[in-house]
Ligand binder design. Structure first.
Ligand code: SAM
Length: 275
């Protein structure tokens, strides 16, 4: 029978590990989360509970530490999540960007914590469906996440019935997905528009192009103030001067980084750099 308790010392060990590795803050009181996320992992490794899992981690099992971090991050996402920003994107932000990029005919879009891929694929679907003129442009849709499991799922582009039921309009489902048993397979023409690669936002970033649009949604909520400030500072350096940063509904740059302002007219969490 598995030991399902999480001692204070074990909780502190896991909280330190995830803070060091991915900046995720686990406040005391979240022992239930550690239990829910790590017991299945312990069982997969044939261990009798959280304590033996942590014993193995103390023996510096780096691969296992990575698995623990990936199990602890929240990967909740959906197609066209919170719909309003996607409407604004379609009506205002993309038309503006397309107008100002007409000579270079290139758009660079970064999805900085893309989970299982629904967010970048929602944008790829918008570009394909509503902006056919972009077919002859160079589109760089780059999606990154810390979780290798999520990146692999994203690349596969296979979604369950429950996942496609959450936010994906039926006409888009029927046009761009093929049903394969219990799953829906996204068409290669959309999949190939997005590249997926690992990136830990809390560690130094590789060289990047200047982005026209950065999606940084529903990930900063898990970080402390200093990490948020560092990340926003870096975003400020890789965002084009008339580019847009899109944050999640519960996120803001306010009192973190005053180089951004919220584009109030858009009312959907879009930010730009102050001139
Ligand atoms: C709640 S999901 C948000 C997904 C999507 N942006 C959305 O809004 O639907 C948060 C994602 O952030 C990723 N994440 C957590 N910490 C990270 C870090 N330090 N660097 C990069 N990605 C991270 C998780 O793996 C997860 O896929």
């Amino acid at each position: 029978m598995a030991d399902t308790t999480v001692s204070t010392a074990d909780f502190a060990f896991i909280a330190n590990l995830v803070r060091d590795r991915c900046a995720l803050v686990l406040e005391p009181g979240k022992e239930y989360l550690v239990k829910a996320r790590l017991l299945p992992l312990a069982q997969r490794h044939g261990l009798a509970g959280i304590e033996p899992l942590i014993d193995r981690l103390r023996g510096s099992d780096n691969g296992l530490a990575t698995e623990v971090v990936e199990a602890m991050v929240t990967t909740e996402t959906s197609f066209f999540r919170d719909i309003h920003p996607f409407e604004i994107l379609k009506k205002t932000v993309l038309p503006k960007l397309i107008e100002s990029r007409r000579t270079v005919r290139q758009l660079n879009i970064w999805f900085a914590a893309s989970s299982s891929g629904q967010e970048p694929y929602s944008v790829a679907l918008i570009l394909k469906e509503w902006f056919p003129e972009l077919n002859s442009w160079r589109l760089n849709l780059s999606a990154t996440d810390i979780s290798h499991e999520m990146l692999n799922r994203s690349r596969a582009g296979r979604y369950s019935q429950v996942e496609v039921n959450r936010g994906l309009p039926t006409p888009l489902l029927l046009k761009w997905f093929r049903q394969e048993g219990a799953f829906w397979q996204l068409d290669e023409r959309i999949r190939s528009m997005v590249t997926f690669s690992p990136l830990n936002l809390a560690q130094p970033w590789p060289a990047m192009p200047l982005w026209d649009l950065v999606f940084l949604r529903n990930v900063m909520i898990y970080f402390d103030q200093d990490v948020k400030k560092t990340i926003l500072g870096r975003v400020g350096r890789v965002l084009g001067k008339d580019g847009y940063l899109l944050l999640g509904g519960a996120e803001t740059t306010l009192s973190l980084d005053d180089s951004f302002y919220r584009v109030e007219a858009l009312r959907a969490g879009f930010y730009q750099l102050k001139p």
